[in-house]
Each structure stands twice: as structure tokens, then as C-alpha cells.
Design a protein around this ligand. Structure first.
Ligand SMILES: Cc1cc2nc3c(=O)[nH]c(=O)nc-3n(C[C@H](O)[C@H](O)[C@H](O)COP(=O)(O)OP(=O)(O)OC[C@H]3O[C@@H](n4cnc5c(N)ncnc54)[C@H](O)[C@@H]3O)c2cc1C
Length: 813
């Protein structure tokens, strides 16, 4: 075994081998994979080997498509058979709600290049002869479904990597990982030590244990999973004989089943409701090629549905039941990327569909390690989407919930209850008493809307029970004044002698003067967005909290801290702190907002003394606060930042001060309705690391000509000169009873040309709205756009100026 390597990959399952192959293909060959046993000694060996392109997140779906397209290449390169059978498949809907969901999947497929087609149950039965069409209301045909040989694929990755120069060391167990003072990693094994620049944790079933070696508690948990294999079935033999083809795959969402042919019989797997975690606290090192005890009682309810939906199963025997463990992150998507605070330590774990996702994970991670960027939008898989709140107990609750809902529909207005409430702010119970309906962002409870006593969300793809109540909240803001909780923003304080110079280089905007704020896009070297913030210059006069204050996307706190910390000067001249729950927030907005603030504070908040984009410390009642005159509602408004111990007092002062002005509470859904009619985008929806500032419409906040050479300037200038490819546009949609939620296709002149990033109903303007990207060539066309919603296309028009306050009179007045 070599003593030094550029990269050590830990784990020889399908994921580790894919990472190794991708690194080697990308040109890094001083790399070694360490496997404690034979390759495929974790989940990989007993997988059912199914693969498909469907994923709730379009970007993960793209990587799944890539994974499937890769098998031919690694087979040819390695000479190792992968056993790929691209049979195609049917996705089955037994309810209308499921069919609506499937139509959304077909629609996304249009811009992802995934060939999906809605078909009738009878047509599905012609393709998959074992199903009873009377049990279904509709189906979708997917040509890119299939199955493969799990061991063959893993060995093909490893052999291909070896051919390219990588090394694989089997029976080499990593026992500890230690960071040296020079930043290199000592990877200590039972056979000696390798010193490496980079370490990749692809430990699969043992990813937690490998993480713990560097003090990291990864949010992954293994679950038991069962599938059965039947005896040979005459129906299968007859079909094979008649058509000369295998029986195709089927996913029966409502039965929570997946099926495919296995030799002369069938394989049927299920994500049962009564699921069972495996080795909750730690995975035993002596586990390897064993199977777990099957428990037919646990899967009996699913099998009953299966026997009804696929009647031929009633007449066959079960040859074998496989029960094996594999790992999940709380939301079921992989954990990929560099780990904040551990330079050179990477993860590629929690991959629950290794044969659909392993290739994409390897590609993204190798790009990231070599180019400094994953090369695709992989937010849905980024390990930084979790923070400290994703504890072992939280993960346990969430993984169980996710497993039991693997095939369940999640409606756009549906909030999942497991593991909540966990993080709350001091006003939580006050807002609950007012009917707050809670959602969650980065672990923190967030009020979505306020419901009367007997009204709750009715889960639906269409406008629902909250519609009129959210409309009322919007009315309150636009006609008098509303108060909302905004603690879920990420807040950062930047201090130190080098703070200004550092921010000037990191952010693409011009730095504001003391007491002023600005919008601050942050770019990567390739000129694309890596963040958007509001930046406040707190000045240096005040003894408390002098320096700079940034507010940004709450869900991206860990993501942005990883970026900030990786760019901090080594000399200690700049300090940055994510304030998290140490700073809570309230916001008031609406034409009467200034009157309310004036009553709540002794500071002069007249327009002259405290104009738009001003920031200052002031007392609200007796509570010391930092107030910024800015509001995401696009109205006259204020963001009020306050230490948690004062949040209740500040809240009560504002509510009392607002009484005469008709103050009311509003939640995140009303805020969405309000920002839409201002054409405001938000991070992780409109603003993502694949768009340039010109494309995203943030170029007006980029100080292309400022003296400091900020990160991404050259590429941003090139984008400005060449015009980029896309444009973000706001659309007015002639929708009927449903509004876009995001990821719908945008049609132009009869072809799919773009995609929706978010939208909803703008209650004040009484307009259904969508934000989305289209090619720049058509971005300013007046007519010809349509947006596909639940299987139908609705006319849409570009709305170039905001429907509300286009002249900024309200906001600046
Ligand atoms: C019953 C069942 C059916 C499934 N069906 C499918 C399916 O149809 N399609 C699909 O895509 N997925 C399926 N899966 C999931 C699939 O198996 C996993 O997604 C995949 O195997 C994950 O691979 P991995 O490389 O991340 O982890 P693993 O396969 O667990 O590999 C991790 C490897 O790391 C090694 N290792 C760990 N720690 C160390 C250490 N300290 N030193 C050295 N080596 C170490 C282990 O020995 C192991 O070989 C199924 C899983 C099960 C259990």
C-alpha cells in the first residue's frame, strides 16, 4: 500500500468505486480506495439492482439520468459486465391525486430530456401483463427504467478506475483519521498509514463510524429493507415466449411496491409503513455479507395490495425473502460534498439508490474536488443542507418518516410532522395561540399562516383551505400593517480589522457607508451566484455589535459558512459568526409600519431621519434592537433584529403600538404572495449556483467597476459582455384553480423552452404568478408563453415591471 496519496476514498461499495472512477477519469490518478473486506461488503451486494430516472428534485433526476447512461462506458472501459437490462417501466397511479403528481413528473421530464409519457391503465397492462388495469386510474411509461448486477457494476467502476491509474486496496480497514498540523490527513489502517490531501467518506453502512473518526456526527441511519423473489411463474414464461422480452419494471406508488422480473419469476419490494431501523447507534464492524431475518408480517399489508393489483402473484410461491440494511439521510437524498470546518474531508454517503445515483454522486464530487465546484446544481444532495439540529434522534425520527412515505405523495402545502417542533423562538407559543400553522426551515419552526380555530390545511395540488386566510393576511399588509417572524433568515456578524477589505473582495456589491444597507450578490470564480445577502454597515461607534451584518437564506447557513470560512484570511484579521438562534427577528410592513415603529421607539424614524436602506440600533419599548428599513414584502417596512431574551418584549411592544393601526400577523405564505408581485426572487429558488447575475437579474447590484477585484469579476464581466444564456422572468399565468409550485415547464411557441423556479398566487394583485428561466432570445417576447400545470398548458405573459409599487413610492416613501 502506498504511504502517500492525493486522495484516499474509504469504502468499496458502489458509491466509493464510482468516486474513484470519476476522480481517475478526471485526471487525478494518485488516488487509492481502501476497503475493509472485499468490494461490495456493505449494502451494495444485496441490492435489488433497480435503476430509474425519477426523483422529486429535477437536478438529482438529471444526475440519475447521467448514472444510467454511464454503464455502457464503464462496461467497455473495464471489460466487466454490468448486467444492465434497460427494460423500461410503468409508474402506476391508483388515485387521481397520484395521477396529478405523475403528470408533474412527466412535465419535468420535458425539460430534463427524460422521455416519459402518460398512458391509460389498459395501455399499461399491455406493456406489463401482470397488472390489473381496473386497480389503476392512470400510468406513465418510462423508457429509462431497468436493472443491473450490483456486484458487476461496482467491479466495473473499480476496474475502470484501476485502468486509469487508481489503486484499490481490499481487506484494509480504516481505523482512525487524524488531521496533521500541516492540514494533511493521516489515514490509519490495520495495514499501516496513508497520508492524504483529501479523504472521501464513502463508508455506506459505516459512514457514521467513519465520520466519528473526525468528530462528525452524520445524519444517516440504516433501515431494514425487504424484497421477495417468487417461484417461476407461468405468466412470466408465457410473456417471455410471446414477446421475446422481459417483463418490464413497475412502480405501484399507492401499493408502495416496486416489481421486476427475476429469472423465471418476479421480484417485489416494498417500503412498508411499519418500518424498522437497523443498528440505530452504531454499525457493527463484523457485519458484512449477512442478511437480516425476514419479517413477513411487517410487509404483509403491502403484499396484500400487491396481490390485488397484480393478481398472478396469488398463484405463486415465494422462493426467497431478502432483508438487508441500507442508509438514508433524513430527507432520503444523498449527503455529498466538503464538510464545513474540515478542509479536505469529503462525504459521499446516505446514498439510498446507489444504482440510480452513484454515478451522479461520483461525477459531482470529483468535479468539486478537482475544479472547486460540483459542476451542477446539487443543493438537494449537499451535506451542508443539515446543521447541528440534525441530531441522531432527529435523524432517527425523520428517516423513519421518510422511509414510510417513500412512495407517498407530498402535497405542496403538506408539512411533515416527525422530529418537530425542535428549534423554536421565544414567540413560538404566542404565535401558536394566534393560530400559527408551522413549517420548518433549517430545523427552525416558521409560521406559514394563521388559521381560525377549526381550519387546517387540506392537502392538495390546488388552492386550498388557507387561500382566503392568506389573502386576509396580505390585505392587512397592503392596507395597514402586518407583523411577521423572520428569525429563519441566516444572520452573520463580520468583525475585525480586515473585515471591510475581505467583504469587498468576497461580495460583488459596493460596500455601504456606515448606517446604510445594500443588496449583496456573492459570486464564485466562474461568475455564477453563490449567495445573495443584505449587507449592513453597523459602523464602529457603538460598543456593541460594531462591524458588518449580513442576512441571507436561512436554509443555506451552513452552505454559506462553509464558503465564508474557506475564504477567511489565515492571519485572524477577520472574524465571522453565524448568529443562528442567538439573534431572532421580527418584521413590520405596510403603509402604517412607520406609524407603528414611531410609537414603539423614541428614535426618530421619519423618512428624512431613517430613509429606505438605513440601519440603526434603537430600542423597541425597552428591548435593544438592530433595525433595518427594508422589507421583502416590497412595502414600507422594517426588519428588527433582537436577542432572543428580548424578542417577546419587542413583539408585545409592536403589537400594542399597532393596535390603533389594525396590525395583524402574517406568515411565510403571505410573504410569498407579497414578494411575487414585486418580482423578487429568493435563494435556492431563483438564485442558484448555476445562474449568473445577469441571467438572474441581480446585475444591477454588481459593482463591476469597483476598485477591489472581487471574486468572479472577470467571469461576470464576460457574462455581461456575452449576455449569458438565460433570463429570469416573472410571468402572469392564466391559471384556474391551482398555481405553480416550482419546476413546471415553460412552453414557448409549442416547445418547452424553460422552467419555473417558484410562484403562487399574488393575492393583492389577484394574479397567479410564476418566476422562471427562459432563453434570453425569447425572454422579452410579449406572447407565446404557456406554463404547464397539472397536465394542462395555461397562457402566460411576461410581467416586466412589478405589479405592486413599480415606482417604489410605497417602499421609499
Ligand atoms: C434489500 C436492498 C435492496 C436495494 N435495492 C436497490 C435497488 O434496487 N436500486 C438501488 O439503486 N439501490 C438499492 N439498494 C440500496 C443500495 O444498496 C445502496 O444505495 C448502495 O449500496 C449504497 O452504496 P454505498 O457504496 O454507499 O455503501 P455500501 O454498499 O454500504 O459500501 C460501503 C463500503 O465501505 C466499506 N467500509 C466502511 N467503513 C470502512 C472502513 N473504515 N475502512 C474500509 N472500508 C470501509 C464497507 O466494507 C463497504 O464495502 C438496496 C438496498 C437493500 C438493502
Amino acid at each position: 500500500m502506498k504511504s502517500h496519496a492525493k486522495v484516499v476514498v474509504i469504502g468499496g461499495g458502489v458509491v466509493g468505486c464510482s468516486v474513484l472512477f470519476h476522480l481517475a477519469r478526471h485526471g487525478w490518478t494518485d488516488i487509492v480506495l481502501l476497503e475493509r473486506d472485499e468490494l461490495t461488503s456493505g449494502s451494495t451486494w444485496h441490492a435489488a439492482g433497480g435503476m430509474h430516472t425519477i426523483n422529486g428534485d429535477p437536478n438529482v433526476a438529471k444526475l440519475q439520468k447521467y448514472t444510467i447512461s454511464l454503464y455502457k462506458e464503464i462496461e467497455e472501459l473495464s471489460g466487466q459486465a454490468t448486467g444492465v437490462h434497460l427494460t423500461g417501466g410503468v409508474l402506476l397511479a391508483a388515485t387521481e391525486a397520484r395521477l396529478d403528481w405523475l403528470r408533474g413528473v412527466v412535465a419535468k421530464g420535458r425539460y430534463l430530456g427524460i422521455d416519459l409519457e402518460e398512458i391509460s391503465p389498459d395501455e399499461a397492462a399491455e406493456l406489463m401483463p401482470l397488472l390489473d388495469p381496473k386497480q389503476f386510474v392512470g400510468a406513465v411509461r418510462n423508457k429509462e427504467d431497468g436493472h443491473l448486477d450490483p456486484s458487476g457494476v461496482t467491479h466495473a467502476y473499480a476496474k475502470a478506475a484501476r485502468k486509469l491509474g487508481a489503486e484499490v486496496e481490499r481487506f484494509t480497514k480504516v481505523e482512525d483519521i487524524v488531521r496533521r498540523a500541516d492540514g494533511l490527513w493521516r489515514v490509519i489502517t490495520n495495514k499501516g498509514e496513508v497520508v492524504a490531501e483529501h479523504v472521501v467518506n464513502a463508508g455506506g453502512l459505516w459512514a457514521r463510524e467513519v465520520g466519528r473518526m473526525v468528530g462528525l456526527e452524520l445524519p444517516v441511519l440504516a433501515m431494514e429493507h425487504m424484497y421477495l423473489i417468487t417461484e417461476d411463474m407461468p405468466e412470466v414464461a408465457a410473456w417471455n415466449q410471446k414477446t421475446g422480452t422481459e417483463i418490464i419494471h413497475a412502480v405501484d406508488f399507492d401499493g408502495e411496491l416496486y416489481l421486476r422480473q427475476e429469472r423465471g419469476g418476479m421480484l417485489m419490494g416494498t417500503y412498508e409503513k411499519a418500518n424498522k431501523p437497523w443498528s440505530e447507534l452504531q454499525t457493527p464492524w463484523n457485519f458484512g455479507h449477512e442478511l437480516l431475518e425476514p419479517d413477513i408480517d411487517r410487509i404483509a399489508p403491502s403484499l396484500e395490495v400487491g396481490f390485488r393489483h397484480f393478481p398472478a402473484f396469488q398463484n405463486t410461491g415465494i422462493r426467497q425473502i431478502i432483508n438487508g440494511p441500507f442508509t438514508f439521510a433524513p430527507d432520503g437524498n444523498p449527503l455529498v460534498g466538503p464538510v464545513r470546518g474540515l478542509p479536505g474531508f469529503w462525504v459521499a454517503c446516505g446514498v439510498m439508490a446507489g444504482f440510480s445515483q452513484g454515478g451522479g454522486v461520483g461525477l459531482a464530487l470529483s468535479n468539486w474536488m478537482i475544479e472547486g465546484d460540483p459542476g451542477a446544481d446539487i443543493w438537494a444532495m449537499d451535506v451542508s443542507r443539515y446543521g447541528d439540529w440534525a441530531t441522531m434522534a432527529y435523524t432517527n425520527a425523520k428517516v423513519r418518516e421518510n422511509y414510510s412515505r417513500r412512495f407517498s405523495i407530498r402535497f405542496p402545502n403538506e408539512e411533515l410532522p416527525a422530529g418537530r417542533p425542535l428549534k423554536t423562538t421565544p414567540v413560538y407559543d404566542l404565535l401558536s395561540a394566534k393560530g400559527a400553522q408551522w413549517g420548518v426551515a433549517f430545523g427552525l419552526e416558521v409560521p406559514l399562516w394563521y388559521a381560525p380555530e377549526d381550519v387546517r390545511d387540506e392537502f392538495s395540488w390546488r388552492r386550498s383551505s388557507d387561500f382566503e386566510h392568506v389573502a386576509k393576511e396580505v390585505r392587512t399588509v397592503r392596507t395597514s400593517v402586518g407583523l411577521s417572524e423572520i428569525s429563519s433568515f441566516a444572520k452573520y456578524r463580520v468583525t475585525g480589522a480586515g473585515a471591510a477589505a475581505w467583504l469587498d473582495r468576497l461580495l460583488a456589491c459596493r460596500l455601504p457607508k456606515p448606517g446604510r444597507m445594500t443588496l449583496a450578490p456573492m459570486l464564485k470564480e466562474d461568475g455564477r451566484l453563490i449567495g445573495d445577502f443584505s449587507l449592513a454597515n453597523l459602523g464602529s461607534r457603538s460598543s456593541s455589535g460594531e462591524g458588518w451584518f449580513l442576512a441571507g437564506s436561512g436554509i443555506a447557513e451552513q452552505y454559506h459558512m462553509r464558503w465564508f470560512e474557506a475564504h477567511l484570511p489565515k492571519d485572524g484579521s477577520v472574524m465571522i459568526e453565524a448568529l443562528g438562534a442567538k439573534l431572532t427577528g421580527l418584521s413590520i410592513a405596510g403603509p402604517k409600519a412607520r406609524d407603528v415603529l414611531a410609537r414603539a421607539t423614541r428614535t426618530d424614524v421619519s423618512n428624512a431621519a431613517f430613509p429606505f436602506m438605513a440601519t440603526a440600533r434603537m430600542d423597541i419599548g425597552m428591548a435593544p434592537c438592530l433595525v433595518g428599513r427594508v422589507s421583502y414584502t416590497g412595502d414600507l417596512g422594517y426588519e428588527i433584529w433582537v436577542a432572543p431574551e428580548y424578542q417577546r418584549a419587542a413583539y408585545q411592544t409592536l403589537i400594542a403600538a399597532g393596535e390603533d393601526f389594525g396590525i395583524g400577523l402574517f406568515g411565510a405564505r403571505a410573504l410569498n404572495a407579497l414578494r411575487l408581485e414585486k418580482n423578487y426572487g429568493s435563494w435556492a429558488r431563483e438564485y442558484r449556483p448555476i445562474y449568473g447575475p445577469l441571467e438572474a437579474g441581480l446585475d444591477r447590484f454588481v459593482a463591476y467597476g469597483k476598485e477591489t477585484d472581487f471574486i468572479g469579476r472577470q467571469a461576470a464581466l464576460a457574462e455581461r459582455q456575452q449576455g449569458g444564456k438565460l433570463r429570469l422572468r416573472a410571468f402572469v399565468v392564466d391559471a384556474a384553480d391551482a398555481d405553480v409550485i416550482g419546476d413546471e415547464p415553460i412552453w414557448f411557441d409549442g416547445a418547452v423552452r424553460g422552467w419555473v423556479t417558484s410562484g403562487g398566487y399574488a393575492h393583492h394583485s389577484k394574479t397567479s404568478m410564476a418566476l422562471g428561466y427562459v432563453p434570453k432570445e425569447i425572454a422579452d417576447e410579449a406572447d407565446g408563453f404557456e406554463i404547464e400545470l397539472l397536465g394542462k398548458r395555461y397562457p402566460a405573459r411576461v410581467q416586466p415591471t412589478p405589479l405592486f409599487d413599480a415606482n417604489l413610492e410605497r417602499m421609499r416613501g
